[in-house]
Design a protein around this ligand. Sequence first.
Ligand code: SAM
Ligand code: SF4
Length: 338
Amino acid sequence: MKDSFGREIDYLRISITDRCNLRCLYCMPGNIETVPMKDILTFEEIAALVRCAAQLGISKIKITGGEPLVRRNACNLIKMLKGIKGIEQVTLTTNGLLLEEMIDYLTDAGTDCINISLDTLDRDRYRMITGYDGLDKVLKGLETSLDRNIPVKINAVSVNWDRYFREEAADKTTGISNDIRGLISLSETKPVDVRFIELMPIGFGKDYPGIPHDSLIPMIQDSFTGMEKDSYHGNGPASYYHIKGHMGRIGFISAIHGKFCDSCNRIRLTSRGYLKSCLCYDKGVDVKDILRGEGSKFQMEERLLEGLKKCILSKPDSHSFSNREEITEKLTMSAIGG
Ligand code: SAM
Ligand code: SF4
């Protein structure tokens, strides 16, 4: 359905857990408090909500977290959602650590695309950023997914890690780090799109040196000759470029310096069952209350439809990430799901 600004809302991001097996500095740096299991929506509850969402025109689902693959039988949920009339795509965003061991289940469930979050190809850097020496596992997961013909995208948050770790940029002329250079090289030899995401001032993200994309894009263009704008558009807000001779594209998701609220197509469900209308604000609808409330199945469906409509119609025209006092969301990204 359309929101009050005429935007078609057809995409729902579902966080199925707020727990994670990594501790990325900008997301979940320590052992932060987690939601008690009893407060996390069951797969049946999520499916009930998605059945109603599909009636309102939601056709694309992203499974996220925390780390979605740490939730037991996560692939069963993917399979359940794939079976719902009107749902055309169920995709996953993961840190990739458990991909290799879960790939049979993910393939069997019909996962349409896997986004792997990866900020560097340097083993030590990876450990310093995520708190775990897991780069090899992630790269194996990437290969395994490609072997199964599941499309893969790499998502990297645009952080100036050289500055953060007080090291000099590898390329002093353009300021491009080895982290960025390495990630881009993945698109040369593999059919994967590598997407850079502007760091958002949500949760711990406020404390890190993000690289604005209005400076990152020209820096990459200076470093990689033959990078041209590509006409490809995915489901979301990324703008794409292509480097001559590379198999995959380079994408930029520029929430702050390329504000794309005009074409926002999404709502979000947190693991504790709160339906969010915008990443930036805490406004939304508590659907857990509806799912666990009194009444018949028919009444519950009516209330869910009402809750979904209320959330969609309350979507603000835009976020205010560039004006931090206006950000009302206090949750961390691991609790929201990105
Ligand atoms: N654990 C999974 C993963 O890492 O893909 C899914 C959840 S994670 C919260 C989803 C995405 O949010 C990841 O790509 C992560 O890098 C990104 N993210 C976390 N904090 C962020 C921030 N402050 N700004 C922008 N992206 C952020
Ligand atoms: Fe975990 Fe993903 Fe957050 Fe990293 S970005 S701590 S992998 S939820």
